[in-house]
Structure formats: structure tokens, C-alpha cells
Design a protein around this ligand. Structure first.
Ligand code: ADP
Ligand code: 5GP
Length: 393
């Protein structure tokens, strides 16, 4: 047994100072999460103390990191992640998960051969499901998506993929694609920045976590235009989505459209047509796609697409009123099985009789390196009776 962990490490606490830290013990390890500095230069540091070997290590940190606040509390959940509740933060930024032993983290420990932790932002409610649209090249996916964005600009947002293929004449970097170098993209894929990636028609294409988060953070429903391999990866990921496959009315018509678009060389057209046959075959894989649409008449297909989306709409509950009630405040937290009791320390809120909230973490979905959804929050009126219902640990 090596070096002893300093005494302060046992138990979590909040300090009033700018530099603060919490220590959470899971098995043989103590995860020390600290905020350092203030303003633009601030950051959150993570150190791991191994009680068995008595050594400290600095893990590889994956995922988008939270902006530090003036303090935080830490609670273990399921022995594989730590819920970090930020102090003085609004409800769209107060809950974060530091994953320490989830499947995503385990996978990356293996790939990277280092200690790994991953951040995932906690989001209230389930939010609208992203929409994955696949189909052979030239079938009209882009045309349908453009129509959707034009008609509902504040409802839908496009997930801008990365690709190593060269831009077409009218394509804009950052709008149609993030055009990128292969070695850069491969490196980003290896450190978990991509939700999925695939070799399509000889080039690398991929959806970054950031691309999907940028859309959801803007409060929009994300639309992904990806190939069938990508759709399979997303199906296997933690992202719950609606999967739609667009079919051509015939192979001849597909070929006609692809040629009429005039964006590919003859060799590329041939390659895309060959791949189209494979994609049409693979799309039949049971349970992969939820809906199939034939894009014969464009207007009819578009109307059918809108019908599907209306069916699957699942906009999360609005928590704006909670937002107004809670933020900005400081807090203390305690946990029962799958409920976290948040005590809000604010005179104003106490006066209004609403100083305790129950954060329900029993239905979490998703996780690193995307968002963790399914958080629910309810306020409880602080009568002695209602507080007694919750057994504090
Ligand atoms: P994808 O994004 O699936 O590769 P595009 O949206 O670029 O396909 O469409 C390929 C070509 O077919 C474009 O020139 C587009 O204008 C045309 N197109 C799309 N849908 C139809 C349709 N229903 N009927 C005829 N042409 C279509
Ligand atoms: P294009 O080169 O015509 O823009 O796209 C070629 C194919 O790549 C299309 O089938 C499109 O759906 C697919 N694609 C575009 N972006 C992505 C992505 O991020 N991931 C995957 N897997 N496929 C993509």
C-alpha cells in the first residue's frame, strides 16, 4: 500500500473560495473534481487517487466539459458515474455527469490505454428525437431536408457532418459539411468526438457529437443525412432517433437524377450506383429503419415525411418556470436510491416556500459523449411531513 490519500479527500464538500474541489470514492479510486480560476481562464480539473497503489493519475477527459461555476456538489450514481450539481447555475446547465466506468468510458480505456473519464451534460426531459434520413445518393434526401428547413426554420436544424471529400461548387464549409483532412478526422474519431463515421463512396464521412449538440442546444430537432452504415451505428449508440429511409421509384430514375445533378464524374456516378444497390439491400435489415418513403413525386413524398414527423414528435416538457425559480442559487444535495434532494439556499425562494427539489435520476438515457437526457425535477413544499418522506443518506 503506497501513499495515503489526504484526509480531506473523504467525503464531498463545497468551498466558498474560487478554487474548490469534491472527492468521490468509487471502489478503490477517489475522483477529485476541482474548479480552478474564474472567468475565461477557469477550468475543471480531474485527478484520480488509487487507494490500492497509493498513486495519483490524471485521466484523459472526453466529452464537452462544463464551464466551471462557483462550486459544485458530487453524488455517485450506479457506481459508474458522478452527478455534479453546479452552484449558481441555471437549470439548463446545473447538472453534469462525470462518467468513470460506463460502457463508453470502458471502451475508450481499452483504446487509449489510460485512465479515462467522460463528461456528459444532464438535460431535463427527453427532448425531441433526432431524425436520421438515409437513402442512396441522388434519391432526393438533400432536397427533402432543404424543404423541411425552409418551412420550419426554428423547429429543425441540420447536423453538419464532416467529410474528407472535396467541396462541390456551391457547397460552403461549415454549412453543408465541415470539409476536413483525413488524418485530422481520424484522430478526432479515435478520441471519441464522433457519434458515427463511415467510409462512403471512397471518402470518410462522420457525425461529430458537437454537430448534434449544436442543434439540440439551439432548442431544435436535429436532422441527420447519413448513409446506411451510419444509420446502423446511430441505432447502436445511445442516441434515440427516428430512422427514415428514402427509396427511389426505380433504379433508372435514380440514375437519371444522379446524372442530372451533374455534381459527380462518370466514375463517381458508377460507384454511387453500385453502392445504391447495396444500400437498398442493407436498408431491409430488420428493425433498422422505422419508416420507408418512396420519393417519386417530390411534393407527395414531402407531405408523407411531414406526417411521419408529426407522429413522432415528442417535445419535452417546458421547465421554464423552474428555471425562473431556481437560478441562480446555491444548494446542498443528498441522495436516496434514484432521487437526489436539492436544497436551495436562497432567502427569496424560502420565503416563497419552495426551497427543496427532487431530481429524479431513475430514467436516464443517452450519455457520453452526448447528453444524458431523462432528468426530471419536481419541487416539494418544505412542510416537515414532505421532507420526512425522503430519507436522507
Ligand atoms: P441526395 O441528397 O439524396 O443525394 P438530392 O437531393 O441532391 O439527392 O437530389 C438529387 C437530384 O434529384 C437533384 O437534382 C434533385 O433536384 C432531384 N430530385 C430530388 N427529388 C426529386 C423528385 N422527386 N423528382 C425528380 N427529381 C428529384
Ligand atoms: P454526398 O457526397 O453526396 O454529400 O454524400 C454521400 C453519402 O454520404 C450520402 O449517402 C450521405 O447520406 C452520406 N453522408 C453524409 N454525411 C454523412 C455522415 O456524417 N455519416 C455517414 N455515415 N454518412 C454520411
Amino acid at each position: 500500500m503506497g501513499e495515503e490519500a489526504p484526509e480531506f479527500l473523504f467525503g464531498s464538500f463545497i468551498s466558498e473560495t474560487q478554487d474548490y474541489q469534491t472527492a468521490t470514492t468509487i471502489g478503490d479510486k477517489i475522483y477529485v473534481v476541482g474548479g480552478v480560476g474564474d472567468g475565461a481562464k477557469s477550468s475543471i480539473s480531474i485527478k484520480i487517487f488509487d487507494k490500492f497503489t497509493g498513486t495519483w493519475s490524471i485521466p484523459t477527459v472526453l466529452g464537452t466539459q462544463p464551464v466551471p461555476s462557483k462550486g459544485h456538489s458530487a453524488v455517485i450514481l450506479n457506481n459508474d458515474r458522478i452527478l455534479i450539481v453546479k452552484r449558481d447555475s441555471s437549470l439548463d446547465d446545473f447538472a453534469w455527469f462525470l462518467e468513470v466506468d460506463t460502457p463508453f468510458v470502458k471502451e475508450h480505456k481499452k483504446i487509449l490505454g489510460t485512465e479515462v473519464v467522460a463528461w456528459s451534460k444532464g438535460v431535463l426531459g427527453n427532448g425531441p428525437k433526432p431524425i436520421v434520413i438515409s437513402g442512396p445518393s441522388g434519391v432526393g434526401k438533400g432536397t427533402l431536408i432543404t424543404k423541411l428547413m425552409k418551412e420550419f426554420p426554428s423547429t429543425f436544424g441540420f447536423s453538419v457532418s464532416h467529410t474528407t471529400r472535396a467541396p462541390r461548387e456551391k457547397e460552403i464549409d461549415g454549412v453543408h459539411y465541415h470539409f476536413t483532412e483525413r488524418n485530422v478526422m481520424e484522430k478526432d474519431i479515435s478520441v471519441g468526438k464522433f457519434l458515427e463515421s463511415a467510409l462512403v463512396h471512397g471518402n470518410l464521412y462522420g457525425t461529430s457529437i458537437e454537430a448534434v449538440e449544436a442543434v439540440t442546444d439551439a432548442g431544435k430537432r436535429c436532422v441527420l443525412d447519413i448513409d446506411v452504415q451510419g444509420a446502423r451505428s446511430v441505432r447502436a449508440s445511445s442516441l434515440e432517433a427516428v430512422f427514415i429511409f428514402i427509396c427511389p421509384p426505380s433504379f433508372e430514375e435514380l440514375e437519371k437524377r444522379l446524372r442530372a445533378r451533374g455534381t459527380e464524374t462518370e466514375e463517381q456516378v458508377q460507384k454511387r450506383l453500385r453502392n445504391a444497390r447495396t444500400e437498398l439491400e442493407q436498408a431491409k435489415f430488420p428493425g433498422l429503419f422505422d419508416h420507408f418513403l418512396v420519393n417519386d413525386n417530390l411534393e407527395t413524398c414531402y407531405e408523407n415525411l411531414k406526417k411521419i414527423l408529426a407522429l413522432d414528435e415528442n417535445f419535452g416538457a417546458s421547465y421554464e418556470s423552474f428555471m425562473q425559480n431556481i437560478a441562480p442559487v446555491s444548494h446542498t444535495i443528498s441522495k436516496t436510491d434514484s432521487k437526489v434532494l436539492l436544497r436551495i439556499e436562497s432567502n427569496e425562494i424560502e420565503a416563497a416556500g419552495r426551497n427543496s427539489y427532487v431530481l429524479d435520476v431513475s430514467s436516464l438515457k443517452g450519455g457520453a459523449s452526448g447528453r444524458t437526457r431523462g432528468l426530471n425535477i419536481n419541487h416539494i413544499y418544505p412542510s416537515e411531513d414532505s421532507l420526512n418522506d425522503i430519507k436522507l443518506l
